[in-house]
Design a protein. Structure first.
Length: 223
């Protein structure tokens, strides 16, 4: 009976933390989407282009990813499967990279007020922090293998390819450190490699920690 109560409490905590991350990530995205839909073209050449640009940001994609995965885990904290493992790892890594890159490289470049300031904090600070906290506290674990790590690299590489191809066509790049028109391909690609290295280091770090933190799929032993 005691063990069942403790397992129930653990599941409740997991559901709460995953739901909190989902609300922060998807809520921040929702604010950005409403602003984009109601604010006209802004600095983009057309309203449609503004919407496309919104979905082209790594920040937005990583928050949608962590939001969707966290919502799935809120419904089933032990959810598993080879594809879901890759999605979970990608979500965790991408939101962590979003937080790290923004707060070390991009913070303060654009002055924000009102709704933009609120969504910025949700997308770049609160969602990354609580996503990592949720993973550390409630997992699910173990979920990360070497194969999972290598498959997780596919998405960020695809995003970089998309960004450079679209940038070559439109002349617009989502972040200054990837802006080929300002840095040239050598500078932009070098910065991309640095971010890729950070991503891989984090991925293998998660792999190492995943194998050493308590297994969340097992009943908690009685004290």
């Amino acid at each position: 009976m005691t063990q069942n109560i403790r397992l129930s409490e653990g599941a409740t905590l997991a559901r709460f933390l995953h739901l909190l991350v989902a609300v922060l990530a998807l809520g921040g995205f929702g604010i950005e989407l409403v602003v984009a839909l109601t604010g006209g073209a802004g600095t983009a050449p057309s309203h449609a282009e503004r919407i496309v640009r919104l979905f082209s940001y790594f920040t937005i994609q990583s928050n949608l990813l962590i939001g969707g995965v966290s919502l799935a885990l809120a419904l089933d904290p032990r959810r598993d499967g080879p594809v879901f493992r890759v999605l979970r790892l990608d979500a965790l890594l991408c939101i962590a990279v979003t937080g790290i890159v923004y707060n070390t490289v991009l913070r303060g470049l654009v002055e924000l007020t009102g709704a933009g300031m609120v969504s910025n904090v949700m997308l770049h600070v609160l969602a990354p922090v609580f996503a990592v906290v949720a993973w550390l506290l409630v997992g699910p674990r173990p979920r990360v293998t070497g194969r999972t790590v290598w498959w997780s690299v596919v998405y960020p590489i695809a995003w970089l390819v998309y960004t450079f191809v679209r940038g070559a066509v439109t002349g617009w790049y989502p972040y200054p450190f990837l802006d080929v028109t300002e840095l040239g391909y050598a500078g932009a690609v070098t910065n991309s490699v640095v971010v890729a290295v950070v991503f891989l280091v984090l991925a293998w770090g998660v792999r190492w920690v995943d194998g050493r933190l308590p297994d969340t799929d097992r009943p908690v032993p009685r004290a």
